[in-house]
Design a protein around this ligand. Structure first.
Ligand code: UGA
Length: 440
């Protein structure tokens, strides 16, 4: 079994590597020559726990290789996966499919026997059908099927998500294509992972509906957290109390500064555009996206309020810049709204992130970049935690008190216990739980 993976971004590189771990021969292709050169040397362009060892062992095992030549990758491949980017199109929020369609044209030319062309990138409903049309027009002689196989992995736990998924969704419309996909996922089949076969459109929509639902769940608990603050309730207990109901489920009910990343913001927007176009608007999802955008900006106001109503002339330490821990990804991160808003309000902002600094330096001009959390807090009037990296969960509170001008913490991920913070002498502001003042 041989697979070509076109595009070595997050989804492409992790999926390709994991397929090779399943024992399949995988050729990963990207037109970025520098990236491919680095991959050949074993340098991984993204931070994803465990990925470097997995790439190394599969390259050594002869199952995984890299090329910039699409025809080389596609030649002899039984399945060609398309995992190129589908960013939001500037201006209208639709998914930009120009990269997808460009590679489809090249794949059509390079196919040399029956090939299953699989969309792995998140693509709007109707894309698979268009891919079919493009290939048919370019190669009326070719034997092929188009399949939709969306990916549900999360950054930071991508390998585990790929190896032990809750389900695999496959939109395939011929027995031959279904059989090939079943063979490809044989390892998961053996461990009884549910594999859902659908038509192309259903599979494409499942991906968007899943992300939109998760974004809705987060936004729901974020709004409930705001209400908790007003009425003196504890959002964690509310989340537990509702999450124990199996119909609701306890995951993705953790409040925070708003969701970010390369998927939820882009996919909710693209889904609402598709829905509007078909005159079947998804008003809940439209509202979710709007609330989340506003929330990120509102979080800066929360920090300012915790600093006594103004940060003019003050210094704020910000810990955590990436949109979530265990990634170096800064896309749509709340920090991109919060840090500039604090600076506009007159603060000096000292920042630190374990993996996101190189990217953050490009995106947050004017912030002071520090080498660790304690350096960021030195001389600051308050510290705000924006991302729940493990190393921020057990900070040395005594040392912090000595470094900060005033012991004020704004914990946007609720990683500390309010009573403990009060006992440690901190004025502590969190999300959806009562704030505490120093009692020690
Ligand atoms: C998300 C989905 O979870 C994956 O299933 C999907 O495959 C992926 O998008 C994609 O479409 O490629 P990801 O963006 O990597 O994965 O990250 P998540 O773990 O879902 O977190 C997204 C955002 O929601 C983060 O900013 C996170 O802090 C926030 N979040 C998550 C919360 O604020 N509360 C929660 O309870 C969970």
């Amino acid at each position: 079994m041989r697979v070509a993976m076109i595009g070595t971004g997050y989804v492409g590189l992790v999926s390709g590597t994991c397929f090779s771990e399943f024992g399949v021969e995988v050729v990963c292709m990207d037109k970025d020559a520098d990236k491919i050169e680095r991959l050949k040397k074993g340098e991984i362009p993204i931070f994803e726990p465990g990925l470097d060892e997995l790439v190394k062992s599969n390259v050594e095992g002869g199952r995984l290789s890299f090329t910039t030549d699409l025809a080389v990758a596609v030649k002899g491949a039984d399945a060609v996966f398309i995992a190129v980017g589908t960013p939001s199109r500037r201006g209208d929020g639709h998914a930009d499919l120009s990269y997808v369609y460009a590679v489809v044209k090249e794949i059509a030319v390079a196919m040399d026997h029956y090939t299953v062309v699989v969309t792995k990138s998140t693509v709007p409903v109707g894309t698979g059908r268009e891919v079919q049309r493009i290939i048919k027009a370019a190669r009326p002689d070719a034997e092929f099927d188009v399949v939709s196989n969306p990916e549900f992995m999360r950054e930071g736990s991508a390998i585990n998500d790929f190896m032990r998924p809750d389900r695999v969704v496959i939109g395939a419309e011929s027995d031959r294509a279904r059989e090939l996909m079943r063979k490809l996922y044989r390892v998961l089949y053996i461990i009884e992972t549910p594999i859902l076969f659908t038509n192309l459109e259903t599979s494409e929509l499942i991906k968007y509906a899943a992300n939109a639902f998760l974004a809705t769940k987060i936004t729901f608990i974020n709004e409930v957290a705001d209400l908790c603050e007003k009425v003196g309730a504890d959002v964690h207990d509310v989340a537990k109390g509702i999450g124990l109901d199996g119909r609701i489920g306890k995951k993705f009910l953790h409040p925070g500064p708003g969701y970010g990343g390369s998927c939820f913001p882009k996919d909710t927007l693209a889904l609402t555009k598709t829905a509007q176009e078909h005159k079947s608007p998804l008003r809940i999802v439209e509202t979710v996206a709007e609330i989340n955008d506003l929330r990120k900006v509102r979080m800066a106001a929360k920090i300012i309020a915790a600093c006594g109503g103004t940060v003019r002339g003050k210094t704020i330490a910000v810990l955590g810049l990436t949109f979530k821990p265990n990634t170096d990804d800064m896309r749509e991160s709340p920090s991109l709204d919060i840090v500039p808003a604090l600076r506009t309000a007159g603060a000096t902002v000292r920042v630190y992130d374990p993996e996101g600094m190189p990217e953050a330096e490009k995106l947050l001009p004017g912030a002071v970049f520090c080498k660790d959390a304690y350096e960021a807090m030195t001389g600051a009037d308050a510290v705000a935690i924006l991302t729940e990296w493990n190393q921020f969960r057990s900070l040395d509170l005594k040392r912090m008190k000595g470094l900060l001008k005033s012991p004020v913490m704004i914990d946007m991920r609720n990683i500390y216990v309010p009573a403990d913070m009060a006992a440690a002498g901190f004025t502590y502001t969190c999300i959806g739980r009562p704030n505490t003042r120093a009692s020690g």
